[in-house]
Design a protein around this ligand. Structure first.
Ligand code: HEM
Length: 327
């Protein structure tokens, strides 16, 4: 009973909001201004599922009704355009991610001799493969997961859990990738953490581990207070983007370092890096793919229109876990 009353009140409030927004839209169009957070009413996905007819437009005159109909059509069109753009970007993101994984795997298996875990240089080969797969691709895919519109109408809890599990997989892959290189350095008496690459890499991984621990505590534990979730959400999103940025920087510097180490004249008879042998082309291409993947992930994360509607209105996203479970 209480629940039904609550739903009725929410519906009435939403209708009221639509009317206010429509009036405000008209005023702004006349004044040549735009909405503070959405470029048009149509961009606010969260409200578009309710038509004006549901909110009392039956009292409107015929010209006003046709204006409402025209508004609804342009709303739908704009919504469709935004959806198509999202799915194209998401497809691009997945294709780039897969290309990164294939590229780094082919480089290390075909050119660099394959993999083993015996302290030899073959153990080192795990490092780039696991770091790119974990800290770049799985992390990036998990970060944009909430933006998929298919997930919006559903209970948020399974998506929260999937987000956390994918992030945990990314973290485990990265830690194993770091163990591979530390183990290899120790076996060969090579000093640890001396390069700029390793400094950036350590910061990226440490930030990611803290981000995961704080995120799981604040957003998954039912006992964490609503006010804490509200406070931490923007911080969590900002640090999430920073980890993407730092891991790309780590990969680019690592690839460059590796190519300079390996492609020297008169060592293994291989060509010098500056002669651009096929291995260098592959390494450079991997770097370009990683940068492109990271830019698409950051573009999806920064597009306000593609945020989950309940995150934009700022209330449901912070509802305690058990409450969400029941909704
Ligand atoms: C997000 C991705 C990455 C992170 C966080 C990362 C992190 C690290 C860290 C912390 C070390 C130092 C290990 C030690 O001192 O014993 C290291 C070493 C190394 N990494 Fe990466 N790495 C990443 C990706 C890559 C990639 C894609 C390559 C490309 C081949 C690469 C190549 C190297 C090389 C050559 C070393 C040994 C030299 C050095 O210590 O700088 N890394 N990495």
């Amino acid at each position: 009973m209480l629940r039904r009353c609550n739903q009725a009140i929410q519906f009435a409030l939403t209708c009221d909001s639509i009317k206010k927004i429509t009036q405000r839209g008209k005023q702004m169009q006349q004044g040549g201004s735009s909405y503070p957070s959405c470029s048009s009413t149509s961009d606010c996905f969260s409200l578009t599922h309710l038509s004006a007819a549901q909110c009392g437009s039956e009292n409107l005159s015929e010209p006003e009704k046709s204006e409402v109909r025209a508004n609804n059509t342009s709303t739908e069109l704009s919504r469709m355009r935004s959806l198509v753009m999202f799915y194209l970007s998401y497809l691009l993101c997945v294709c780039l991610g897969l290309s990164c994984v294939i590229c780094v795997y082919v480089w290390n298996s075909q050119w660099l001799g394959g993999f083993s875990w015996d302290g030899s240089f073959l153990q080192f080969n795990w490092h780039p493969v696991l770091m790119v797969t974990g800290l770049v691709v799985v992390y990036g895919i998990a970060a944009v997961m909430y933006r998929i519109p298919l997930t919006w109408g559903q209970n948020k809890l399974p998506w929260k859990l999937l987000h956390a599990v994918l992030m945990l997989i990314a973290l485990v892959l990265s830690v194993v990738g770091l163990c591979a290189v530390f183990d290899y350095h120790n076996a060969k008496n090579i000093p640890n953490v001396y390069s700029l690459h390793s400094w950036i890499g350590i910061v990226a991984t440490a930030l990611f581990a803290m981000q995961w621990a704080f995120g799981a505590t604040a957003f998954l534990l039912p006992c964490s207070p609503l006010s804490l979730r509200k406070l931490l959400k923007p911080v969590h999103v900002w640090f999430g983007g920073s980890v993407v940025f730092l891991s790309i920087a780590a990969c680019i510097s690592g690839i460059n370092e590796k190519l300079f180490f390996d492609l020297k004249e008169n060592t293994t008879g291989s060509q010098h890096y500056r002669e651009l042998p096929p291995e260098a082309v592959l390494g450079n291409a991997l770097g370009v793919l990683i940068v492109a993947f990271g830019l698409v992930v950051l573009m999806i994360l920064s597009n306000h229109k593609w945020q989950r509607p309940d995150s934009r209105t700022g209330d449901l996203a912070y509802a305690p876990l058990l409450q969400e479970e029941n909704e």
